[in-house]
Structures are given as C-alpha cells and as structure tokens.
Design a protein around this ligand. Structure first.
Ligand code: PGA
Length: 249
C-alpha cells in the first residue's frame, strides 16, 4: 500500500507568531487519519514548529536545502542542519525554486543525492508549464524532469522518495488540473518509473498532486487511483481549509 500524504507548503508566509498560531489551529482541526500530514513552514520557524507539534502526528518538513554538507554558501541550509532539529524530509524541485532561483535538473539531481546520502526523505516536485501543455509537450517535459534528476538513483532510494506533480499553470492561479488530467499524468509517471526501474517501485511510490487544491476540489482529485494525496499551497495557510483537505483524503 502506498502512503497517502497531504503536505502543506507554506512558502514565504507566516512569521513566528503566526506559525505557532496556525499550528495550534491545525492540531485542533485536523481529523484522525491514516494519511501522513506534513507542514513546511519557512526556515527560521522550523525548529519552533518541530517543538510545537511534537505531541501530534503532524510532520514538519523543509521547503528546500543545499547539496553541500557545509561551507561558504551564504543564505543556504544543509541537510545536517535540518536533521539536527529533527527534520528528515525536504521538498526539492518546487517550480518556484526552478523558476525564480534557477534550479535546474542538474542541480536538483545533486540535491537529491545529498538528501538521500543523509537518509532524508524527499518530496520531489515536477510539472510542465502552460506552453508545454498547449503544445502537447507535457509528457515529454515531465519525463525529462524525472529522468534528469532521479533516474541515476538506486532502486533502494525510491523508498525515500515521494513525487509531487505540480503543473506550473495550476500553482497559485486558482486553475486546477482536472481530476482526469491529474490521473492521466500520474499514470504516465508510474509507467515512466516502471520503464526506468520496475513495476514494484512504480506501484509503491506515492504521487501527490499540487496546484490550487482546495476543500471544494480535493475529494474528486484524491479519488483518482494514481493520486495519493496533495501538496497544498494557499489552502494550507487556513487551518479550516487544510483540515478539510486532509479529511478529503
Ligand atoms: P497552490 O500551491 O496550492 O497555492 O496552488 C501549490 C504548491 O505550490 O505546492
């Protein structure tokens, strides 16, 4: 059985006070669930967040990390720094990192290896841009993102990988991929992994959908057979909405 996962990516939102408040609200609002529930506050609030949720089943994860162990990389955060505050999961390859901070497949491949070397779990994001979809290149783009960053890995590495398909045109735009579009791409991703590795790995990897998931559309998206949960942006900042999305899974 694949893990069901709902992860909230808070991006550059919520100061320390607001972080504590939202976590309090979430701990009250989130229903009992078999799904894994993750939240990714901003770096400066991670340690506080870990302490705040220690008696709940919510996991605090990071939004990004650097590939180097340590050194002269001003403004960056290492895997060891995350592990030292009991964070063992990191989002890598978010489209905002790719678009605004120049993170390309080659860099992401290095980050993936660095995280795996430290036994971290990765939520690896990928997805096509609007032009790719309009020109019918979306499958090709997604396939190359996966191949370039993940296909040199060992089979065993896949135990530590969660995938998140996030079509760029659906992120923060209010426009969601239809449940059918999400299912179609998730099934394609599983086939791609079957071809590159094997069926067992493809069957076991959780594939989340991200891009304008809201309480009103979550259930239909999550009902698709190859959609194992969601990576939630805007709606993760409102406890009631995030809780409703967790309930939908
Ligand atoms: P959104 O963001 O839910 O606000 O579209 C999703 C994401 O960026 O992970």
């Amino acid at each position: 059985m694949r893990s069901k996962i709902v992860a909230g990516n808070w991006k550059m939102n919520k100061n320390i006070k607001e972080t504590n408040q939202l976590l309090e609200e979430l701990m009250k609002a989130i229903p009992e669930t078999d799904a894994e529930v993750m939240v990714a506050p901003t770096f400066v609030n991670l340690a506080t967040a870990v302490t705040a949720v220690k008696d709940s089943s919510m996991q605090v994860i990071a939004q990004n990390m650097h590939f180097a162990e340590s050194g002269a990389y001003t403004g960056e955060i290492s895997a060891d720094m995350l592990l030292a505050i009991n964070i063992d999961t990191v989002i890598l390859g978010h489209s905002e990192r790719r678009a605004y901070f120049g993170e390309d497949d080659a860099l992401l491949a290095k980050k993936v290896v660095a995280a795996l070397d430290k036994n971290m779990r990765i939520v690896f994001c990928f997805g096509e841009e609007l032009e790719d979809r309009k020109s019918g290149n979306h499958f090709k783009v997604v396939e190359s993102q996966l191949k370039n960053a993940l296909f040199a890995l060992s089979n065993a590495s896949w135990d530590s990988i969660v995938l998140a398909y996030e079509p760029v045109w659906a992120i923060g735009t209010g426009e969601t991929a239809s449940p059918e579009q999400a299912q179609e791409m998730h099934a394609f991703v599983r086939t791609t992994i079957t071809n590159g590795f094997n069926q067992d790995i493809a069957d076991k990897v959780s594939i989340l959908y991200g891009g304008s998931v809201k309480p009103g559309n979550a259930q239909e998206i999550f009902s698709k057979p190859d959609v194992d949960g969601g990576l939630i942006g805007g709606a993760a900042l409102v406890a009631e909405d995030f809780a409703a999305i967790v309930k939908a899974i």
